[in-house]
Design a protein around this ligand. Structure first.
Ligand code: ATP
Length: 193
């Protein structure tokens, strides 16, 4: 998957709608300390379905909404739009929006979807909010100190099989539900005898 463009509005320090085009080749983002470089990486992680406020350097998820400054009022919502091209050459547009008191909503190519669908889309493309391709400050030290289980997770993400784990969990929960239904049915049938 090739991320081609990022559009942010009301997200962290990006109060005005801002567009970042990622052209083929190497893209560098430079600027003084605190200008919002890490916020851009967090925007990518967030639109891919990040659910942990901690990995967004936030206390709660709504903290990603522009909090206001001495001269500008806070915003009521934050929105990030990611445009990408899939490995199959299809256009992919994902939008995540959070409103104060209303939580997050996702759209993929114009249709409302669940957070889980977004996570699966990116997991299948061997990327996503926890992809080892997104290296934030302090992450290298974390990788070195990682436990074997965490290292395995990183390798699985890189190998593109993380999506299979999500599907396996889904299948297991459906199987359990079916087993419960079957045993209920058996009880009912025994009552009919
Ligand atoms: P450094 O080079 O120091 O790592 P950086 O360019 O990566 O800095 P970020 O850490 O991305 O900068 O941005 C931090 C800035 O974002 C701070 O000025 C902080 O006040 C601002 N910021 C973070 N969350 C919000 C928010 N919800 N509302 C307004 N501003 C925010």
């Amino acid at each position: 998957m090739l991320i081609k463009q990022l559009r942010l509005s009301g997200f962290k320090s990006f109060v005005e709608p801002s567009t970042l085009r990622i052209e083929p080749g190497l893209t560098g983002v430079v600027g003084p300390n605190g200008c919002g470089k890490s916020n851009l990486l967090e925007a990518i992680r967030w639109v891919m379905g990040e659910s942990s406020p901690k990995s967004m350097r936030s206390g709660g998820m709504e903290d990603v909404i522009f909090a206001g400054t001495a001269t500008r009022p806070q915003r009521d919502f934050a929105e990030v739009q990611l445009s990408a091209e899939t490995d199959e050459g299809d256009e992919l547009e994902v939008i995540r929006r959070i409103e104060r008191g209303a939580g997050s909503a996702y759209r993929v190519n114009g249709s409302d979807v669940r957070a889980k669908d977004v996570a699966l889309t990116f997991a299948d493309a061997a990327t996503g909010a926890h992809s080892p391709a997104l290296v934030s400050q302090g992450k290298i030290a974390q990788v070195i100190a990682a436990k074997p289980v965490e290292r395995r997770q990183m390798l699985e993400e890189a190998a593109g099989i993380a999506g299979l784990h999500v599907r396996r969990k889904d299948a297991e929960s459906k199987l359990r539900q079916t087993e419960t239904n079957l045993s209920r049915l058996e009880d009912l049938m025994a009552g009919l005898d």
